[in-house]
Design a protein around this ligand. Structure first.
Ligand code: CO
Length: 352
């Protein structure tokens, strides 16, 4: 049983309302764009008003429900969970980075416009992040600008494009563009190792995804991206930044001991800890404490991975349960940091 003091605090914090920076959508009207050149393309098999299956070619990938596409369902869940606003990002399997740039641009446009159908029902609470054809940086910049003009507030990118990591020239060009436009970037792991060894026990989600995100942060640091891009770049990594915080010491040690191989950044890795943020969806108070201790209270934001099965419900549960965090830190994680990340949010009823 929670103590009376805890109940009072939880009520007060519910009024405060969270901003959840990590949620996904799938538009129900997603067209089947499978073609001969891309036989494993993702598409949506509609099964009922409230159920559908994400398909990869003829293979079932993930069953999804109305909470993926129905604004009313999402808003009801948000009210129940004390969430004021959600960043609504694409589901990574639909990124289509493997197609040619022109085709991927056409698909991104369809997907991004469908997203606004969902979020326009409550633009002060459902904050759309677009996707871009990251394999084609010029088209990616153009699609981002088009989306911003139409109401998107940021962009979600996959953590790699084939064998190119975030330090590849094309991705850096795109990140520079985001920095120049003051657009928040959310980085999500995707396209992870599919060997039989990681096909067991959901290991793709439990080991490959955290490792992918760790590698992406290393690409930003050791690949010299943080040395090159504008200081103002607002970038957040999913799932608490994956394995990064736990292994920072190992990376730091390698940078000093094997400087000939690892010392590619201007400064040691720990120098760059104030250049990025992570979400809080780590499910464990000790892990959350490590993130706050390592990155600082200004660098962690509530994320839930709603509405997917490995997401946190209610959003922010681990933050609420973390009694070691003081009220100021808690407020920053609940919404203060997200407000800074997203830029000023419109209030209820205010014109955008
Ligand atoms: Co996610």
């Amino acid at each position: 049983m929670p103590s009376a003091a805890q109940r009072i605090r939880e009520r007060a914090e519910r009024v405060d309302g969270l901003i959840d920076v990590h949620t996904h959508y799938v538009p129900r009207g997603w067209p089947n764009l499978t073609n001969e050149s891309f036989v494993d393309a993702p598409w949506l098999r509609i099964e009922s008003e409230s159920d559908a299956m994400i398909m990869l070619g003829s293979r079932e990938f993930r069953r999804v429900h109305a909470d993926c596409w129905d604004a009313e369902t999402r808003l009801r869940d948000m009210d129940t969970d004390g969430v004021d606003a959600q960043v609504v990002s694409p589901t990574p399997v639909f990124f289509n980075y493997g197609r040619d740039g022109e085709e991927a641009t056409r698909i991104a446009r369809i997907f991004n416009d469908l997203a606004l159908d969902i979020t326009s029902k409550a633009p002060d609470r459902l904050i759309p992040f677009c996707q871009v054809p990251l394999q084609d940086p010029d088209s990616a910049c153009r699609e981002l600008d088009r989306c911003l003009a139409n109401g998107h507030r940021g962009v979600e990118i996959g953590n790699h494009v084939g064998d190119d990591d975030l330090d590849s020239a094309g991705v850096v060009t795109f990140l520079q563009h985001c920095a120049a436009q003051d657009v928040p970037v959310f980085v999500h792991p995707w396209d992870v190792d599919t060997s039989p060894r990681s096909a067991r026990w959901m290991a793709q989600w439990l080991t490959a995804m955290p490792a992918e995100t760790h590698l992406s942060i290393l690409a930003m640091i050791l690949g010299g991206v943080f040395d090159r891009v504008d200081q103002g770049l607002k970038i957040c990594f999913a799932h608490g930044g994956g394995s990064f915080a736990f292994w920072l010491g190992r990376v730091e040690n390698a940078w000093h001991r094997r400087h000939d191989v690892v010392g590619t950044s201007e400064h040691p890795p720990a120098h760059y800890l104030d250049r990025f943020s992570v979400d809080s969806v780590v499910f464990d108070q000790r892990a959350l404490r490590l993130l706050v201790d390592t990155l600082g209270a200004d660098r962690v934001m509530v994320g839930s991975d709603y509405p997917y099965p490995l997401g946190e419900r209610p959003a922010g549960a681990v933050v609420r349960a973390s009694e070691h965090l003081d009220a100021v830190t808690r407020h920053k994680i609940y919404r203060g940091n997200a407000e800074r990340f997203l830029g000023r949010l419109p209030r209820n009823g205010e014109q955008r």
